[in-house]
Design a protein around this ligand. Structure first.
Ligand SMILES: Nc1nc2c(ncn2[C@@H]2O[C@H](COP(=O)(O)OP(=O)(O)OP(=O)(O)O)[C@@H](O)[C@H]2O)c(=O)[nH]1
Ligand SMILES: [Mg+2]
Length: 445
């Protein structure tokens, strides 16, 4: 049996209203004690809260008898005046009444345990609370509506269908698996593997929407990376000097383009150097650039030898920026542009100094980011889903291979795949996995 918990559900600090949430078997008793008489279920009532012979605050009080509450247990909300003292006085009274301050995510966890939400939906609530951009909000809301869970449910049903066919065959051990059935199940599993692998090969777009699309500004020293970062970010985030090798650390600046969260990173110019500190900077720059979703290759277009370096890090779809377009084009610009084109990069001419070309560059980035995000709902929005999906794929591959040798083993592998898919919506995970999921929530959720 759950104990009764409470938490401030609104942000801490002074505000117009502060909402204290209560959930658990004592909720009704608490309301009857603090704010009698008990109001009708789910109807706001204005009450003077009293405890220990003292008036604490005047509040709107809501009573949500279970199971028709967010957590599924008896619950209540107190909408207090949003001053620290009111919140403290009421919290003190709740402590006196034996209530416990909730752990982060404990309300959502109870909702999950009472079958009000599946795990993917609980995660969606956390994402919705954290959402800073439109795309994050839309994705989280879709997941809360069950878009993700529905997809996994459909996959599990497909799998259970194949498993049922196979088990029926295994139940007749004297006979070999008939050729036609073997073929049919094999084809089903193969097409299923194909579908899951396609969902996994989505370049992490669901995760990118949540965490931000990472854009690295890469290039030789003095090409104007830091100047361009400052333009793109709209503030003086990085130091600019005419000395090559100015930037050493990776400077990450979050921004929003067309409703998508992005993370720009300015970094050390890539070159060979004897300076120990700069060398570490170059190492970090390479690592960040390699893991980025997109690299902007910044080249000084006015230079006589505009090299376009670090070729091993270039990926098709990156962008070449010929910077310093306010100056005359140097002899190196043409070759740099041609070499970029060969590698499948589009080129943009820009000047971080006069800001010409910066707006078209931003538009090009918006196009890249929104095309990555895609139209349909992603199958994976966080690493946890990716892990289970990968695990399911592995089991399916094993099942496919075992099908002709041992239908029993194949059936066991199909069952494992089903378990892995089931873990995404939850219900069968050990407590410590749940601890990990809910620890990232804020208190009061
Ligand atoms: N004329 C002109 N000068 C620029 C432009 N962009 C940058 N510069 C100048 O080029 C020099 C180097 O600029 P930074 O932005 O520090 O270059 P960086 O690529 O960050 O250099 P490192 O940090 O050393 O790798 C500075 O003197 C800038 O003022 C531009 O578009 N036009
Ligand atoms: Mg710099």
């Amino acid at each position: 049996m759950n104990d009764t918990i409470y938490a401030l559900a609104t942000a801490a600090g002074r505000g117009a209203v502060a909402v204290v949430r209560i959930s658990g078997p004592d909720s009704r008793h608490v309301l009857e004690h603090l704010a009698p008489p008990l109001s009708s279920p789910r109807q706001a009532a204005l009450r003077r809260l009293r405890h220990g012979g003292e008036a604490l605050d005047e509040a709107l009080v809501l009573w949500f008898p279970g199971p028709a509450s967010f957590t599924g247990d008896d619950s209540a909300e107190l909408h207090l005046h949003g001053g620290r003292a009111s919140v403290e006085a009421v919290s003190g009274a709740l402590d006196d009444l034996g209530l416990r301050l909730a752990e982060p995510g404990e309300f959502a966890r109870r909702a999950f345990q009472n079958g009000k939400l599946d795990l993917a939906q609980a995660e969606a609530i956390a994402d919705l609370v954290d959402a800073e951009t439109d795309s994050q909000r839309r994705q989280a809301l879709g997941q809360l509506d069950g878009a993700l869970s529905a997809r996994y449910r459909a996959w599990r049903e497909q799998l259970i269908g194949a498993l049922a066919r196979l088990e029926a065959a295994v139940d007749f051990p004297d006979e070999d698996l008939p050729g036609a059935l073997h073929q049919e199940i094999g084809a089903r599993v193969a097409s299923f593997i194909h579908e899951l692998e396609a969902a996994l090969a989505d370049e992490g777009r669901g995760e990118r929407v949540r965490e931000g699309y990472r854009i690295a500004l890469v290039g030789a020293p003095n090409a104007g990376k830091s100047s361009l970062l400052n333009r793109l970010a709209g503030r003086d985030a990085a130091i600019v000097t005419d000395r090559p090798g100015t930037t050493r650390d990776v400077i990450e600046v979050p921004a929003v383009i067309e409703g998508f969260k992005v993370l720009y990173a300015d970094m050390a110019g890539i070159r060979e150097t004897d300076d120990e500190i700069e060398r570490e900077g170059v190492r970090r720059a390479r690592a960040w650039a390699e893991a980025a979703d997109l690299r902007l290759w910044i080249v000084d277009g006015s230079s006589a030898s505009a090299v376009f370096d670090a070729a091993e890090l270039v990926k098709a779809g990156d962008l070449l920026v010929l910077n310093k377009a306010d100056r005359r084009l140097g002899a190196g610009a043409g070759p740099a542009e041609r070499s970029a084109e060969q590698r499948g990069l589009a080129a943009v001419h820009a000047s971080a100094l006069t800001e010409t070309g910066v707006e078209p560059l931003r538009a090009a980035l918006a196009g890249k980011v929104s095309s990555l995000a895609g139209q349909d709902f992603p199958a994976v929005t966080r690493l946890r889903h990716r892990r289970h999906l990968t695990e399911a794929c592995r089991s399916l591959h094993r099942a496919h291979a075992a099908l002709s040798r041992s239908p029993e083993l194949a059936a066991e592998d199909l069952r494992q795949a089903g378990l892995a898919l089931g873990r995404i919506a939850g219900r069968i995970d050990p407590e410590q996995v749940l601890d990990e999921v809910f620890a990232n929530f804020c208190i009061g959720k």
